[in-house]
Design a protein around this ligand. Structure first.
Ligand code: N01
Length: 504
């Protein structure tokens, strides 16, 4: 039978992963695709994060979609608003607007064992029926609010960097910034020049690689790349290839890793002359263990007369300020939480219920696990793009998302041809993949570098991609049928009909 039926595909999220999925599906001729986005605009992290100083520390000529190269990035490392605009332009250019529903939060996705379909329920109670659900919900979407006693009693604004309040006045005020990841470093650098006082509360110092983050693109780059799209493509491929060094240095203890680590130590030594301040800023773990921070301005900011680094633990917050474990009250007018994200929530807090009533919380009781970042046993016809073990910080996420979306096409096309109705990854294949991950993670700097970081999930396992790009390409080439349970309605004694198989 060569039935042609259009699968109803719901994509949840319109950030890097969701936009990529929608573009790939459109390119492959899938017409019944709905992209649901809880935010008021596309862009994912680039929509939600609007804090002062937001910059992408990955060069823009590689931090872009392979299918939408942009010749005219104004800077080598672009600002958040510039990147956000790019996402919107891509959505418009690829004609995705009519498939996109903004301000639309999904509260639950529930699989029906009888029909093999998903019911996707929105915040306003509306229900959508889908043959496939693609969770493109991102990794860094749920802000982590620290549980500091008295925080709610503070007599001034408290803002998380991922939910910035544009009305927040920081100039001429005493500002506390809590946290020193990539975000804390950027926001301190941006707020310090105009603040009356900038107090940076750091629990664990970070290694910070110096880079000239405000450099413009070389003159005429845009003219040349626009005139020669093939050259632009070659530049992109070259950068992708070159960025293989990242996967290499985190995975192998080599001279290349040691050179980068030496550069991190040098960046600190060259910029901080004061012995006490340098000691306070020196981590007790190896560079590259946490997600590497890059900045050209932080050390200058923190050694400014109006800035102070506070390393004593925070004991509590009172109405007028923050009390540290040494008993000092640090009076401030506003508190900025640069305290990161609940990185292992993935599509949650959405409720997801798969086969036989299995919930995602039950399935991920010991931490998030998926087969090759994309599929979860017990959840037929549901996939993740940039799901667990995605290569944050080692391989281009845009590249990975596109590779994953193309990999999924195989199933959607087989469904369209009437060859399958349900596809579910096996427990065995998932366990085998996870065993490979655990083994490959062992020598990585994330594991051996002596730090704690958001990379570790609640079970103490690093939730990252420990392989190189070649392995990623191989694993996301074409689905291996032996790794999946595949069924058709007629396997179940049910023959698909026009009525129950959708739009024939
Ligand atoms: O978050 P983080 P982030 N009391 O988790 C501290 C990406 N990103 O938003 O280390 C006191 O790294 C915590 O301290 P500790 C990038 O992938 C990219 O900065 O746990 N402190 C830490 O210092 C990045 O890795 C760009 O001891 C508390 C900080 O808060 C990821 O986002 C830009 C605390 C959290 O650091 C997350 O970065 C920005 C508490 N109770 C971000 N709780 C680009 O340029 C937490 N902390 C691409």
């Amino acid at each position: 039978m060569t039935a042609v039926r259009e699968p109803r595909i719901v994509v949840i999220g319109a950030g890097v992963a969701g936009i990529t999925t929608a573009v790939v599906l459109k390119g492959a001729g899938f017409t019944d695709v709905t992209v649901l986005e809880k935010g008021s605009d596309v862009g994912g992290v680039w929509h939600w994060n609007r804090y002062p100083g937001l910059t992408c520390d990955v060069p823009s000529q590689i931090y872009q979609f392979g299918f939408a190269p942009k010749p005219d990035w104004p800077k080598i490392w672009s600002s958040g608003p510039e990147i956000q605009r790019y996402h919107r332009e891509v959505v418009e250019r690829f004609g995705l607007t009519d498939r996109l529903r903004l301000n639309t939060e999904v509260v639950s996705s529930v699989y029906d064992d009888d029909t093999g379909r998903w019911t996707v329920t929105l915040g306003d109670g509306e229900e959508l029926i889908a043959d496939f659900v693609v969770c493109a919900t991102g990794v860094l979407q749920n802000p982590a609010i620290p549980n500091i006693p008295g925080l709610a009693d503070f007599d001034g604004p408290v803002v998380h960097t991922a939910r910035w309040d544009d009305d927040l006045q920081t100039a001429g005020r005493r500002i506390a910034v809590i946290g020193t990841g990539s975000t804390g470093v950027q926001v301190v650098s941006a707020l310090q020049p105009d603040a009356a006082a900038l107090l940076h509360f750091t629990r664990t110092p970070q290694w910070i690689l110096w880079a000239p983050m405000s450099l413009p693109q070389l003159p005429l780059t845009d003219v040349v790349l626009r005139a020669a799209p093939r050259l632009h493509d070659a530049v992109y491929r070259g950068l992708l290839w070159g960025s293989g060094i990242l996967a290499d240095i985190v995975r192998k203890d080599s001279w290349r890793r040691r050179a980068v680590q030496a550069y991190a130590r040098l960046s600190l030594r060259m910029q901080i002359a004061d012995d006490d301040l340098r000691a306070a800023l020196t981590p007790d773990y190896q560079p590259l263990c946490k997600r590497q921070v890059v900045s050209g301005t932080y050390y200058r900011a923190i050694r400014s007369p109006n800035a102070r680094l506070i390393t004593s633990d925070i004991a509590e917050v009172r109405e007028r300020g923050i009390v540290t474990a040494d008993g000092m009250l640090h009076e401030v007018d506003a508190i900025v939480l640069a305290t990161g994200f609940r990185a292992h929530d993935y599509m949650r807090p959405m409720t997801v219920v798969g086969r036989d009533g299995l919930t995602i919380d039950e399935a991920w009781d010991g931490g998030p696990r998926a087969y090759r970042m994309t599929a979860i046993p017990g959840f037929p016809n549901l996939f993740t793009v940039l799901g667990p073990n995605s290569p944050t910080g080692s391989i281009s996420l845009q590249y990975t998302a596109e590779k994953t979306a193309r990999y999924l096409l195989d199933w959607f096309e087989r469904y369209r041809r009437g060859e399958i109705d349900r596809v579910e990854v096996t427990e065995e294949a998932t366990a085998e993949f996870n065993a490979q991950v655990v083994e490959a993670l062992e020598p990585t700097i994330w594991n051996t570098g002596g730090c704690n970081s958001w990379y570790f999930d609640e079970s103490g396992t690093v939730d990252l991609w420990p392989f190189d790009r070649r392995t990623l390409d191989a694993m996301l080439g074409r689905p291996d049928p032996s790794h999946f349970h595949v069924t058709r309605h007629d396997d179940l004694g049910e023959v698909p009909t026009a009525a129950d198989s959708g739009d024939l």
